[in-house]
Design a binder for this molecule. Sequence first.
Ligand code: ATP
Length: 620
Amino acid sequence: MTDSPTSHTFQVDLRGLVDLLSHHLYSSPRVYLRELLQNAVDANTARQRATPGAPATITVRTGDVLTVTDTGIGLTEADVHRFLATIGRSSKRTAGGGIDGAGIDADRGDFIGQFGIGLLACFVVADEITVLSRSATDPAAPAVEWRGHADGRYTIRTLPASAVPEPGTTVRLVPRADNAEWTEPGRVVSLARHYGALLPYRVTVVDARGETHRIDETPPWDRPHASPLARREALTAHCRDLFDFTPLDTIELDLPAAGLRGVAYVLPTAVVPGRHAGHRVHLKGMLLTDQAPELLPEWAFFVRCVIDTTSLRPTASREALYEDGTLSAVRDALGERIRDWLTGLAARDPALLHRFIDVHHLAVKALARYDDELLRIVLPWLPFETTDGQVTLEVFTRTHATVLVTRSVEEFRQVAPIASAVGMGVVNGGYTYDRDLVHRLPEIRPGTAVADLDPLTVTAHLDTVDPAAELRAAAFLTVARETVGAHDCDVVLRDFQPVTAPVLLIDNREARHERTRSGLAADSDGLWADILGSLRQETPPAQLVLNHLNPLVRQAVTITERGLAVTTAEALYGQALLLSRRPLRASENALLTRAFTGLLTHAMHHPGTAAPGFEPRKDM
Ligand SMILES: Nc1ncnc2c1ncn2[C@@H]1O[C@H](COP(=O)(O)OP(=O)(O)OP(=O)(O)O)[C@@H](O)[C@H]1O
């Protein structure tokens, strides 16, 4: 026979819980003041609902003890047992999360609190909390005093109603020495401003000398202004105060369905994409966080927002936004609003759009990739690096029927001088977003042709040299092909502009990958070599193009001495590698050293020659 199970109740070690909150949930002890203000606001809200027009103030007094007094709904003795003495129980929701008939009788939507743990934050700065309260719902009920200790003990006593002349609640803390900095009067004023500046009730902090500091202020977007210009100036000044920058423009945000008001300030300087500005989010007036990147879509990194909303939910730490469907809908709607501002700017204030794009073209390019409408509007202003310099596609397509675009910055660097000399129009597609955007150009401007630039097509634009000159250079070219061929690179002789460019390395990413693969395969054995071998691709080798118009090359191709021809071919290849500005492989570094040493040695053995060994043959 087995004993019937006995029922027990979990015990909670309050010290452990406070430790958990202070070290793992909240980012700083300072949140104690936010929790006290929040409870006072909720209590005032509840009383306003019951008795519109009743007093609704919050007073914080600093000194050896800290008190927060509200004129809110108050608590009866039963409420105290039910809500204050039970961790995790809140009068602002029922067990099911809905409306609680007792205590504060209202739906959660009006209140900031919901979790029933906020008061515990006070134990981070004090060992004892006293709550003295008189209920507004039952004026005849005695006043009640609850005294809670950080070790979990609490006492309750009732006092005659006259001991607390008006309904409302005063919470009293005796600051603990180790965290006294957070309750010091100056700090309390700044914390109250930080969290409570937009609260909907009058909030004052009275310091030990009796001086009063008014905390609440009307949100800047709710203040009346004489004219739109005055409003804009006031918002600009607000941005300077709050974020310490003068915005390029201000975008007012208003989403009635989400109970959201606020402003997005356009940053006056470029930001690194991905480094998101922290937005300031107030929930029913109370500051939730000043670091909420998740409020806006990623592309909107050129604005910084401050908003107040009734609809978003906080996480339990109350320091971040809870990611849910509402947040994602709000994010989309705010993104839409910012996009509208940008598309409207072209018609409203082209000069400002110009300034904006100067600073934020990267952000606009990111956005325009997904937005035809925007791309069509901003395209005339978007700058690209091209063979005609830094110009817009609009200007570029006036002179180039076909827009060629490179895959990388380094490809552009290699071909740009030659391409522009032969009249080809090339856009550097190596920067983030640029290649994608250039390829979308025909959708927006039908009739424009866009193609990726294959470096090998550049050679087609280079003039072949006179057959007699080719013949005279044949001996040198044979040696050069053997030497440079060891690096999977062919050598050709062409005439091209500019004359000052002796060499051009025609190379592309696929060819380079193939060289890396074959290099690895040659150094490996067994399975790995088989795998690399099976990846072999038929890619054209790189090409070293020697410019026969260049005086140095003209002399070089006449070299007959084999040793010097090898060194010269390596030196020319080395120079082409350096001009391509791509990272060099170990074998290429070795080649450069060898060529340099070879030329130096030759120069020392032939002192007095301007260009070592480059004595033109008599028959040239
Ligand atoms: N100033 C006050 N006036 C009236 N009731 C209060 C006051 N402060 C606290 N209470 C009561 O104590 C309960 C617990 O407060 P606590 O701050 O721990 O949690 P909460 O505000 O309900 O939720 P959250 O953890 O989200 O802040 C409240 O739900 C409320 O009933």
